[in-house]
Design a binder for this molecule. Structure first.
Ligand code: GLY
Ligand code: MN
Ligand code: MN
Length: 440
């Protein structure tokens, strides 16, 4: 787990950049699944990044306009034995201060009365509107009142701004301790993929494979799946967000698995592997798998300082399009096909995303016109694929697709750290060569 000193250092960095403003960062709330039952609690990642506090409904204030000793304030659900006997332990006010470093903590119910006292004097307010319906009216009402009084008081916060640009820039560059946690999430996730590939046989159900993968996550100490696992046999793999996982696995089909675990401190793995259910590729499967693997390896090679996510994507697209032309699934000049997007009926998503506390992690890909340059410590997925089905019409001028190719969906996804000299593939323990995907 991440040490409390790390959270404290992050708060200092955040407060420095707030530069006279006050930030209001709410925790997540429980979400109802169905009558009287909630989904498992999932903390808001920004709140977690700054506090390491894993309880619902808390609110953190960061008060860069106030003196030392009053800058990190937590409002939390207080200890209540009558409620804890039903719903579990709470740290309460003392715990928020002694364990989580709040300089002052209060019961959550005091927030409406006290928020104004703390925010007063701030030059601006940093708060994400549109996401926190219980806290937002408190922030906006305070600001409106201060503006009403400004003519006489002479001061009021001048702006309401999003905390994301500061916080998400911090989160985009992973610290050493975060990379350690991501290596652990990747290790558990990769092992699960290995177990799945070794056990799959024709006639099994997708759900049985999901069970093996998620059992491994839990047995290895992870919180559970980082996202709904995708276990997709045959044509199901051509549905990018397939999560029904309830079909039989057929002899002759491929199985695409996109699954990764989330640790108790919320760092995630995100891996996809695709292999033949019966242990042996058909000619068409083999040919397409080789193209996707070549595209993925070429793209990973470009995960270097100074490059950017767009370059990584374009590397993959070029190799995919070259391969598809060679196989007769596309026709024409490679540059023109890329420019026209004439491959998008076969490859319709981007090649990757930032990875961290969120699976699709925060951080800009572009700043205005300029793509964000990769820097050591950033982590992204590299996940090209090909999906051959009738779902998207073949564009004019491109060849009709013969049935022998249809129902093949392939994606290969690794989690990659931008290294000083070469990329570090966190998920390398999940095999992916053509030979390793086949059973002898
Ligand atoms: N598993 C979600 C993704 O690959 O982006
Ligand atoms: Mn991904
Ligand atoms: Mn994935």
């Amino acid at each position: 787990m991440i040490d409390q000193r790390i959270f404290s250092r992050r708060r200092d960095l955040f407060l420095d950049q707030l530069d006279g403003k006050a930030a209001v960062i709410p925790a997540a709330s429980l979400v109802t699944h169905h009558e009287d039952c909630d989904y498992p609690f999932r903390q808001n990642s920004d709140f977690w990044y700054l506090t390491g506090f894993d309880e619902p409904d808390a609110v953190a204030l960061f008060l860069s306009h106030r003196p030392e000793g009053e800058r990190f304030v937590l409002f939390v659900l207080p200890k209540e034995p009558g409620i804890e006997v039903w719903n579990g332990f709470r740290w309460g006010i003392e715990g928020a201060m002694n364990r989580f470093g709040a300089e002052i903590a209060h019961p959550l119910e005091e927030l409406p009365n006290l928020i104004g006292t703390y925010l007063k004097g701030a030059e601006g307010i940093s708060f994400r509107v549109g996401r926190h319906p219980k806290v937002e009216p408190l922030v906006l009402n305070f600001w409106a009142e201060q503006l009403d009084k400004m003519q006489r008081s002479g001061s009021a916060p001048k702006s309401l701004e999003a905390p994301c640009p500061i916080l998400h820039q911090l989160r985009l560059r992973k610290e050493m301790c975060e990379l350690e946690r991501m290596r652990e999430a990747a290790r558990i996730s990769a092992e699960a993929h290995e177990l799945a590939r070794q056990m799959v046989r024709p006639g099994m159900n997708e759900r049985q494979i999901q069970a093996v993968i998620e059992q491994h996550f839990l047995a290895q100490g992870a919180r559970g799946p980082a996202y709904n696992s995708i276990v997709a046999g045959g044509d199901n793999a051509c549905v990018l967000h397939y999560t029904s996982n309830n079909s039989s696995l057929c002899d002759g089909d491929l199985l695409l698995i996109d699954a990764g675990c989330s640790l108790f401190d919320y760092y995630n793995g995100d891996i996809t592997r695709t292999f033949p259910v019966n242990g042996c590729f058909t000619g068409e499967q083999y040919a397409l798998y080789e193209v996707v693997l070549a595209a993925q390896e070429a793209a990973i090679e470009s995960v270097l300082p100074g490059e950017n996510a767009e370059i990584v994507h374009l590397k993959a697209v070029r190799v995919l399009v070259e391969g598809l032309v060679e196989l007769g699934l596309l026709q024409g000049n490679v540059d023109s096909l890329i420019e026209q997007g004439a491959y998008e009926h076969l490859y319709m998503h981007r090649t990757g995303h930032w990875l961290g506390l969120d699976v699709h992690d925060v951080g800009a890909y572009r700043l205005g016109e300029y793509p964000v340059e990769l820097e050591p410590g950033m982590v992204l997925t590299v996940e090209p694929g090909l999906y051959v089905s009738d779902r998207i019409p073949v564009p004019d001028g491109q060849p009709a697709i013969h049935d022998r190719w249809k129902g093949i969906g392939i994606r290969i996804e690794d989690d990659v750290v931008v290294g000083e000299i070469k990329p570090e593939i966190l998920t390398a323990k999940a095999m992916k060569s053509v030979d390793e995907m086949q059973r002898k």
